[in-house]
Design a protein around this ligand. Structure first.
Ligand SMILES: Cc1cc2nc3c(=O)[nH]c(=O)nc-3n(C[C@H](O)[C@H](O)[C@H](O)COP(=O)(O)OP(=O)(O)OC[C@H]3O[C@@H](n4cnc5c(N)ncnc54)[C@H](O)[C@@H]3O)c2cc1C
Length: 336
């Protein structure tokens, strides 16, 4: 995994943060103080952790994020532009995987999205599902279509913070894929709930999207926390590089599936043979730090019943953006 190109963030922060917030971009601006907790990585996990900790006004937190603020990142707000986020090096870390023999020697882009198989029972589905549900506010899809059979209402919550929904305005091909599943139930069983813990099959994927605008940990957790005096946020700061500060209790490391192991390796926690290569003294020999499984398949189809033309034709895209800006309608109102 190449992770050395340090460009500005991905950070899933999606709406402009309040200008009143204590948002620092220069280490000299940071108050000289000891915090109770230092959180390294201000994306999905870090935003929630920092927000929840600072609900207690006696707890002080410093949140460090290597990337910039989400302020004005239009693409992160528009559902239809979500894929553009993962392909733009200014908004992510430009990770690529090493050339894979199974992919004919190609080195593919990896928008830092990994599943972690930690072996820790605390992370199994039964244990984390209650936290997912606590987060969730299930809302009707953008086109208000009849969702019977597309999800299982009893598996969802309706008064959490993060809006979740089914895809609106399905294309004809979506229905054909679902119909195929019903013809081949042994190979591709139809599942009426893709967030139920059993996702082997074909079904309707849920989106973090409400009122035709994307939701994120930044918009629903970090943004409200920005007015708390016990939270400081430092963006454009890559922890471990240059600044020293102290945590009274803990340093919490939600730096992502790639950033977290890299950070641990820099500290000397990892496989001794990996660390030796870079002259890093091993403090804890832990080979699992750098082991990442990844399984995903993306298919290209031969059809003009897709939105591909939108991303090939800049004029068409401009029209769609104008429509979303004016009325939150048009193709970009849904995740593409
Ligand atoms: C294009 C795209 C769209 C997605 N859309 C959705 C969606 O709609 N809904 C959904 O549920 N999931 C979505 N996901 C998946 C989701 O983004 C990830 O599962 C989630 O962001 C993981 O959160 P995380 O906090 O663990 O890690 P990350 O989001 O990877 O965050 C890690 C953070 O740590 C920072 N960092 C790393 N190293 C350091 C360091 N040394 N010092 C300081 N900071 C550091 C990084 O800059 C980054 O901001 C999407 C993923 C992609 C790529």
């Amino acid at each position: 995994m190449h992770s050395l190109v340090r460009l500005v963030v991905l950070s899933v922060l999606t709406q402009p943060l309040s200008s009143l917030a204590k948002l620092y971009e220069n280490p000299r601006q940071l108050p000289n103080r000891t915090y109770d907790y230092i959180v390294i990585g201000g994306s999905t996990a870090g935003s929630v952790v920092a927000s929840r900790l600072t609900e207690d006004s006696d707890i002080s937190v410093l949140l460090l994020e290597a990337g910039g603020s989400n302020d004005g990142i239009f693409k992160s707000m528009v559902p239809g532009l979500v894929k553009q986020l993962g392909m733009e090096s200014q908004l992510d870390w430009n990770y690529t995987i090493t050339p894979q023999p199974g992919y004919n020697g190609r080195a593919l882009l990896c928008p830092r999205e990994y599943a972690a198989v930690s072996g820790d029972e605390g992370w199994n589905w039964e244990n984390i599902q209650k936290y997912i549900l606590r987060n969730e506010k299930f809302v009707p899809p953008a086109d208000n279509h009849n969702t019977t059979g597309q999800y299982n209402p009893s598996k969802h919550e309706y008064d959490g913070a993060v809006a979740i929904t089914l895809p609106g305005y399905p294309l004809p091909i979506d229905k054909r894929v679902i119909a195929t599943a019903s013809e081949l139930p042994d190979e591709f069983p139809y599942i009426n709930e893709t967030s139920g813990g059993d996702i082997l099959g074909v079904g309707w994927w849920l989106e973090t999207n409400g009122n035709r605008i994307r939701n994120s940990a930044a918009t629903v957790y970090l943004r409200p926390a920005m007015n708390r005096p016990n939270l400081d946020i430092f963006v454009e700061y890559e922890a471990a590089l240059f600044y020293h500060t102290t945590a009274r209790h803990e340093v919490i490391l939600p730096a992502g599936a790639v950033g977290t192991p890299v950070f641990m390796q820099l500290l000397g926690i990892g496989d001794i043979s990996d660390l030796d290569k870079f002259g890093i003294e091993t403090i804890v020999h832990k080979p699992s730090v750098s082991e990442h499984p990844r399984l995903s398949n993306v298919f290209r189809i031969s059809s003009n019943e897709t939105y591909d033309e939108l991303f090939r034709n800049p004029d068409l895209l401009d029209l769609a953006i104008a429509r979303w800006n004016d009325s939150r309608t048009g193709p970009l109102r849904i995740l593409l």
